[in-house]
Design a protein around this ligand. Structure first.
Ligand code: FES
Ligand code: MG
Length: 588
């Protein structure tokens, strides 16, 4: 722990002891009459309200071109109404966000991860600049959740999150089965390798099938509905106590999502009254609980990066080895997409996340004593919640799990001295040995896949490098490649990268290799034909190249030219740190 708080210390902004202790800087007497004039203009009805009501910022990551975010303004409006009922002022504002699904088109993906920092910067900036007493954040898509929580941890004023919620599943009439966003990516792989077929009607072309899947995969508002990154982060954050119970599993289109705003308004008032601040909740124990939930549900590898960054922001010591420790002891019990068959809306129907928390608290895996935004502990919150529905098959018992330990494996070795993150559900085995085939940048691999140039037969380890936080820049996701590999049924390949994977990815994949290639990490030194061994039993990732040979290769290695030197990605590449510490931009 640092001796002194390293964030700006708002000594002058804490004159009062009421709930409006920050905003009273503006509203007491006539120290800042211009501020008061502007607040009246914005809708404050009278002096009593101005002088006594606390001011709550409502930060939604609203924008309309994406199902994950399109409804967040409406949730914000409802939250504002509920805040006003509690005799508080609610001020809505937005931060930017991007859709991972849409950014995935080519170079757009490089802009995705850094939006987490822009969102955190925005929430910190508006809360502090506008003297808000509290903060309610309403995120939807992947980077939104860690972004708003990092912002909350920085300003550290009473805060909570209302998750936008999951999308409903779609239905393909042609295939006569439910589909979701992962079905689209995989259908694309099948399309490229001519294996997209309807077994019950061979007359349908692959164009017909892909068109049908595209049109019907996303029928409503809401974030990608499996245990992809958005739901991984939402469930982790709820388990850390930063939402009211049930927020992460309440579907985006359900009336219960709107009703949640009332509970959130009550909770934020309790946080202000009891002075419960984000960093009071974001303790080491709370992070460990988040990790337990992530392992039990089979969360996305992006969760590793984001939880490290959230902890780093809250100045909590959380390291890669904590993920391995907890993954080693928590059974993987949820049959959720992408590796399983159910979606978050299905989990809502059988009890939702609080019912899963209840199960894990009883089993002694979750520590129920951690504080939450309701002012009660996690255990108290779920006490009266129903247990998982009798006869359900989605959440397995801890005695007969899908896998006795978690699916996240932290690997070290001469390819990743600072660590790498693998998602290994065991379906594809625990060990993979193959010959390296190296791609500098993702598009080289995409081209090879599009041309059907990855041979079947001999085991291959496809190495995609110069795609780390600095090198990408922006650590883009390799979803297209991993999904195309699954879709094409290429069982002889494993994919490793210093970039990331989408939460919708599965298969034998390793990401976040660090140090990254662009700073001279050993992944930069791999050559075609080197033998690479990925051994999840022993948590190793190695190439069979001697230390002397690696030294020799390093002496001949030259860092590539940065692909951008101006604009937001150039700034990002300069500031961003190693993936093994969360790829943060304010850690110097
Ligand atoms: Fe937004 Fe998947 S693209 S959650
Ligand atoms: Mg994603």
């Amino acid at each position: 722990q640092p001796e002194e708080p390293r964030y700006l210390n708002f000594k002058h902004s804490q004159p009062g002891s009421g709930l409006n202790r920050y905003s009273s800087t503006l509203t007491r007497e006539h120290d800042f009459p211009a501020a008061q004039a502007m607040l009246y203009a914005a809708g404050v009805p009278n002096e009593h309200v101005l002088k006594t009501y606390p001011q709550v910022g409502i930060a939604s990551v609203w924008w309309e071109g994406n199902p994950c975010n399109m409804h967040l303004l409406d949730i914000g409006k409802e939250a504002k109404k509920c805040i006003e009922k509690q005799e508080m002022l609610g001020w809505q504002y937005n931060t930017i966000g991007v859709s991972d699904g849409i950014a995935m088109g080519g170079e757009g993906m490089r802009f995705s991860l850094q939006t987490r920092e822009i969102i955190a910067d925005s929430v910190e900036t508006v809360t502090c600049a506008q003297h808000h007493d509290a903060c309610i954040a309403i995120p939807g898509c992947d980077k939104n959740m860690p972004g708003v929580v990092m912002g909350m941890a920085r300003h550290n004023r009473p805060s909570l999150m209302i998750y936008g919620g999951s999308i409903n599943p779609g239905y393909s009439k042609l295939l006569q089965k439910p589909i979701n966003i992962a079905s689209v990516y995989e259908a694309h792989g099948g399309y490229l390798y001519d294996s997209l077929k309807n077994p019950s009607d061979p007359s349908q072309t692959k164009e017909d099938l892909l068109n049908d899947i595209e049109k019907h995969a996303c029928p409503t508002q809401g974030a990608c509905g499996g245990m992809f990154t958005a739901n991984t982060m939402a469930t982790a954050i709820e388990t850390m106590g930063l939402t009211v119970p049930g927020s992460s599993s309440t579907p985006a289109s359900s009336p219960a999502k709107m009703r949640e705003c009332q509970k959130a308004a009550e909770a934020i008032k309790i946080c202000m009254e009891k002075d419960i601040k984000p960093r009071d909740l974001m303790t080491k124990k709370a992070f460990e609980n988040a990790l337990v939930m992530m392992m039990a549900l089979g969360g996305s590898t992006n969760g590793v990066l984001h939880l490290l960054a959230m902890a780093g922001t809250a100045e909590v010591q959380l390291e890669l080895k904590d993920f391995q420790r907890i993954s080693g002891k928590v059974p993987f019990i949820a049959d959720l997409a992408p590796s399983g068959k159910y979606l978050m809306v299905d989990l809502f129907e059988i009890g939702g996340i609080p019912s899963v928390q209840k199960l894990l608290i009883v089993a002694g895996l979750l520590d129920g004593s951690t504080l939450t935004v309701t002012g009660k502990t996690l255990a108290e919150n779920v006490e009266s919640w129903p247990s998982l529905k009798q006869g359900q098959e989605m959440i397995k018992s801890l005695e007969s799990p899908i896998k006795p330990s978690g699916h996240i494996e932290i690997l070290y070795g001469n390819l990743a001295p600072n660590g790498a993150v693998a998602k290994i559900t065991g379906k594809e085995g625990m060990k993979f040995v193959g010959k390296a085939k190296v791609f500098n940048k993702e598009h080289e691999l995409d081209d090879a896949l599009n041309k059907g140039q990855i041979p079947r037969g001999e085991n291959l380890v496809l190495v995609v490098r110069y795609e780390g936080p600095k090198g990408g820049p922006g650590m883009p996701e390799q979803l297209k490649a991993s999904a195309a590999i699954m879709g094409a049924g290429l069982k002889n390949v494993s994919l490793i990268t210093d970039g990331r994977y989408s939460g919708a990815s599965h298969g034998f994949i390793v990401g976040h290799i660090s140090p990254e290639a662009v700073v001279g990490g050993p992944v930069a030194l791999v050559k075609d034909g080197d033998t690479i061994t990925i051994d999840a039993d022993n948590n190793r990732i190695d190439m069979d190249v001697s230390d002397e040979e690696l030294k020799q290769r390093l002496s001949e290695w030259k860092p590539p030219k940065m692909p951008v030197t101006r604009g937001v990605l150039a700034k990002y590449a300069r500031l961003v740190g190693d993936a093994s510490t969360g790829a943060m931009t304010d850690l110097f």
